[in-house]
Design a protein around this ligand. Structure first.
Ligand SMILES: *Cc1c(COP(=O)(O)O)cnc(C)c1O
Length: 397
């Protein structure tokens, strides 16, 4: 699929200002040097096992499946990882790489705060200096995560430029990277950005799909009919999807945030309503204005609030390998409560987008069909926000 390095069909690549070229070339060199190195892989998998708690279960959600009244729904439990989401898989991989590169300082951007927490956690573990850039609006939405990062020894820098959300945090982090590349490693949190990041993040997240494939074969003796995952930048989704790419009978569905509705300006449905363009140094489907500037986006889920999407997903869409659908804020909230009540599992509001679509899909299918949903994270971080919405009568559960 990746015929030219860093390209997925016409998508991906590296469209960056001159000072970044050499800096990214160094990251690329080390990535390809170590990704197939048995010693590196051994170290990585030791951390996955002893620190993250892998492998995590592929859980048959019997109550939810019966409630939906159709296909069997399995949940890949990334919510059970240390720090509560899939993001730690990538953070460990990249911090290990930073150490191989002899960097003493790690910087990262964060939206929901989950990637920031994962990065700060791994930097604490491995003894590296850590700075996290976060949109000022997100620092308010996710106050507790800011405090968690600081507790872990990281410095959190609020970014008030532009829309003061994730995309502005990425810009600020890139600037820092160029200025301090000598001793600094930029740890990108999703399968986006210029080459080699989309390939690298996918490699570190592909453990999700590898485990899920083995587990479903053990449980059912066959591959699933559908994979469903939420798509922000696309790392948890590509992590699940990638290993099934050549299994053409497995249908792949990504779920984007429709926010307050596709007919409003308040969504982040990049695939459904975007067009092809360049954002943050790579080509993908993006929500942009006539000048190619990213449009403001909205989702109830801070982790899905991004105007671009990973190049590999863009290619899956264009080539027809996967389909991309959207789920609104209210539908995600409904699924947030539904999974809590039916299974005693509170999903991250991001993951609730995938749950919502999976339940609707299951209801339309026969009982012999199998769906695997990536439960990308746990919902503890969202409980306070949801409580407030109910109290302000912005939502009725
Ligand atoms: C960050 C996050 C996402 C969205 O990021 P992707 O790169 O699209 O996976 C989804 N779920 C959770 C729990 C997150 O923290």
């Amino acid at each position: 699929m990746e015929e030219r390095k860093g390209y997925f069909g016409q998508f991906g690549g590296s469209f960056v200002p001159e000072p970044l070229v050499a800096v990214l070339a160094e990251v690329e060199e080390y990535f390809y040097k170590f990704i197939d190195d048995p010693q590196f892989q051994k170290e990585l998998h030791e951390y996955y096992k002893q620190y993250v708690g892998r492998e995590n279960p592929l859980y048959y959600a019997k109550n939810l499946s019966e409630k939906a009244g159709g296909a069997k729904i399995y949940l890949k439990r990334e919510d059970l990882n240390h720090t509560g989401s899939h993001k730690i898989n990538n953070a460990i991989g990249q911090v290990l790489l930073a150490k191989k590169m002899n960097k003493k300082r790690v910087i990262a951007e964060t939206g929901a705060g989950q990637h920031g927490v994962a990065t700060a956690t791994v930097c604490a573990l491995m003894g590296l200096d850590c700075t996290i850039y976060m949109g000022e609006i997100d620092t308010k939405r996710q106050e507790l995560n800011v405090f968690r990062m600081e507790m872990l020894g990281a410095k959190v820098v609020p970014v008030s430029d532009g829309t003061a959300t994730l995309k502005d945090a990425v810009d600020a982090a890139l600037l820092d990277f160029v200025e301090n590349a000598e001793n600094t490693y930029y740890l990108l949190g999703s399968a986006v950005g210029p080459h080699p990041y989309p390939t690298m993040v996918r490699e570190f997240q592909s453990i999700i799909g590898k485990e899920a494939k083995k587990q479903i074969l053990e449980a059912e003796g066959r591959l699933p009919d559908y994979l469903v995952a939420c798509v922000g930048g696309g790392s948890n989704a590509i992590g699940l999807f990638h290993d099934f790419y050549n299994d053409k009978n497995v249908q792949i569905i990504g779920v984007e945030p429709a926010g307050k509705g596709l007919d409003t300006n308040e969504h982040a449905a990049t695939m459904t309503l975007g067009s092809i363009g360049v954002i943050h140094g790579f080509k993908c489907f993006t929500l942009q204005d006539e000048k190619g500037e990213p449009l403001p986006v909205h989702s109830i889920a801070a982790g899905l609030d991004y105007p671009g999407v990973g190049p590999e997903h863009s290619f899956y869409k264009e080539s027809g390998r996967a389909t991309y659908v959207s789920v609104t804020d209210d539908q995600a909230l409904e699924a947030f409560f539904l999974l809590s009540k039916m299974e005693g599992i509170t999903p991250a509001i991001e993951s609730a987008h995938a749950i919502s679509h999976a339940v609707a899909l299951a209801a339309s299918l026969d009982q012999d069909k199998i769906i695997i949903v990536n439960l990308s994270g746990r919902g503890d971080k969202d409980v306070a926000q949801v409580k407030e919405m109910i109290e302000q009568k912005k939502y009725q559960s």
